[in-house]
Design a protein around this ligand. Structure first.
Ligand SMILES: Cc1cc2nc3c(=O)[nH]c(=O)nc-3n(C[C@H](O)[C@H](O)[C@H](O)COP(=O)(O)OP(=O)(O)OC[C@H]3O[C@@H](n4cnc5c(N)ncnc54)[C@H](O)[C@@H]3O)c2cc1C
Length: 482
């Protein structure tokens, strides 16, 4: 497994975290789960609650990767836009998948509200803002979500968006009043606590080095013990490695970095009044206010593991670019984690062969989707619920090895570059329209005072038309790693 460094203190005993237990004796269980991230822990919790004996094997510690280093925004949906889902699998199956994604979000709310996680304050609402003028698309999206997919949404006009977010970068918005936020780090440790309480055993510092999935009792080898199980759930995300390398190679690893600023005081309230999560329609920025006057902001990405601290200046610059009135911001903490992106954009949920399951590829939207995966898999194993088959059209596709990763990153950089260009152009058009409106108002006023009709807008014959103004050059991408 490759190393990821964060500035988070996850040492055993820190902030009330339990001492880590390593698997040092052979064990026989109903279900063995590889990986103690959101996905693995949800499977473990659900299966233990349904009466199975469960062991979770974690190579590092609970929430070591993305699950312990995320922004905590919980929304319905998937990485793949709804329109593309409909095009791919049809309207009815998309409706079912969407309903499952909503259930996943509600599951997170329910778990976060259980008494052991009572310390988690749930924030409300999420706003997806458009980087370009996209009023028509917005209306059709609102209709699809609200009428066909029974999801509570509001369309926000540009003025409303800009009243809450004081920047000319954003245009329309889709507001999800039922979306919410959790403290991501507390949530993953809360899940582990609930799973333990339900009877699941979690072994940390216990990497799975090989798996033999043949036979009714499947075998797992760790450095100091062996384990046998009727079912194995692979929830190792991109770090699964040797036990099933071909599965790891179906994921494109993308490291995403985030920061929390130092307290910004009054100037934050002057720039941002919206208290929920904000994401932009191109998936570049994702932020929200935490602790009253700090910003938590995720933006840069790489396809290799880097020290998150390296991205502090880039994130500070990005915040200032979007909200110039904030001025210079100081970064107090930086963190990051690797997400596993699939080629088709949908998570990998299902049975690979009898008794061998996968719950992976949750990308950037892992809270609701991993919760859904955990429930689906546990219920299929223990109750025969077959709804995971809705994910069958999204087969395991090789992500292209090292070359594919580099190519994937190049494509993502290019997409971000063209989004930035489209955003610049949209803002330019808007400024041009505003100038034109002012000019026309002045002209009308001058005509009113002079009692004349508006002059012909065409230039007089023989006089050349003034050249059309050219849009400015697209702004460069935001520094290192995107
Ligand atoms: C900066 C950032 C912000 C994000 N914000 C949000 C957000 O606001 N909302 C949202 O929904 N999603 C968000 N995400 C995405 C979300 O965090 C992920 O989709 C989710 O955490 C993936 O969970 P997982 O359990 O699949 O993987 P992981 O968290 O990677 O967990 C897998 C675990 O398996 C272990 N493992 C792997 N291989 C082995 C092995 N061989 N043996 C033993 N153990 C092994 C690893 O050590 C790891 O702990 C964010 C991600 C990042 C990086």
């Amino acid at each position: 497994m490759s190393e990821i460094i964060t500035s988070t203190n996850t040492a055993p005993g820190a902030a009330g975290l339990p001492e880590r237990a390593r698997l040092s004796f052979d064990l026989d269980v109903d279900i063995a789960v590889v990986g103690a991230g959101l996905a693995g822990l949800t499977v473990a919790l659900e299966a233990a609650r349904l009466g199975a004996s469960v062991a979770v094997l974690e190579g590092r510690h609970v929430g070591w990767n993305a699950s312990g280093h995320q922004l905590g925004t919980v929304m319905p949906g998937y990485g793949l836009p709804i329109g593309e889902l409909i095009a791919r699998i049809g309207f009815e199956d998309t409706r079912e998948l969407w309903a499952l994604s909503r259930e996943g979000a509600e599951y997170v709310r329910a778990m976060a509200s259980e008494s052991s996680m009572a310390a988690i304050a749930l924030g409300e609402g999420a706003l997806e803002v458009s980087n370009v003028q996209a009023g028509d698309q917005l209306i059709s999206r609102l209709q699809t979500l609200g009428e066909d997919f029974e999801t509570e949404v509001e369309g926000w006009q540009v003025e409303r968006v800009r009243a809450e977010l004081k920047t000319d970068r954003y245009f329309h918005g889709v507001y999800y009043p039922k979306a919410f936020q959790v403290d991501g780090r507390k949530y993953v440790h809360g899940l582990a606590a609930l799973a333990r309480r339900a009877g699941a055993r979690i072994f940390e510092d216990t990497p799975v080095v090989s798996i033999d999935p043949s036979g009714i009792r499947k075998r797992i080898v760790t450095p100091s013990a062996r384990l046998r199980a009727a079912h194995i759930v692979l929830a190792g995300n991109i770090h699964l490695g040797a036990p099933l390398r071909r599965l790891s190679e179906t994921l494109l690893p993308v490291w995403r970095y985030a920061a929390v600023t130092a307290p910004l005081g009054e100037r934050l309230a002057e720039a941002i009044t919206f208290q929920g999560s904000v994401t932009d329609s191109d998936g570049i920025d994702h932020f929200r206010i935490v602790d009253g006057d700090r910003l938590m902001w995720a933006s840069p990405e790489t396809t290799w593991a880097a020290r998150p601290q390296r991205f502090a200046p880039a994130i500070a610059r990005r915040i200032r670019t979007i909200f110039p009135r904030l001025g210079r911001v100081e970064i107090a903490e930086v963190f990051g984690g690797a997400t596993g992106e699939t080629v088709h954009g949908m998570p990998q949920i299902g049975q690979l062969r009898k008794g061998l399951w996968v719950a992976s590829g949750f990308g950037r939207q892992g809270l609701n989707t991993s919760a859904m995966a955990g429930q689906l898999i546990a219920r299929s194993i223990l109750w025969g619920d077959e709804r995971w088959r809705l994910f069958s059209p999204f087969e395991l596709v090789w992500a292209g090895g090292t070359t594919g990763r580099v190519a994937g990153y190049a494509v993502s950089k290019w997409e971000r570059g063209s989004s930035a260009a489209a955003g610049t152009l949209a803002r330019y058009r808007e400024r041009a329209r505003a100038r034109e409106r002012i000019r026309e108002a002045r002209l009308a006023e001058a005509n009113r005072q002079a009692g004349t009709r508006p002059p012909q807008r065409r230039p007089p014959p023989g006089r050349p038309r003034p050249p059309r103004p050219q849009p400015p050059q697209a702004e460069p991408d935001q520094g290192e790693g995107g």
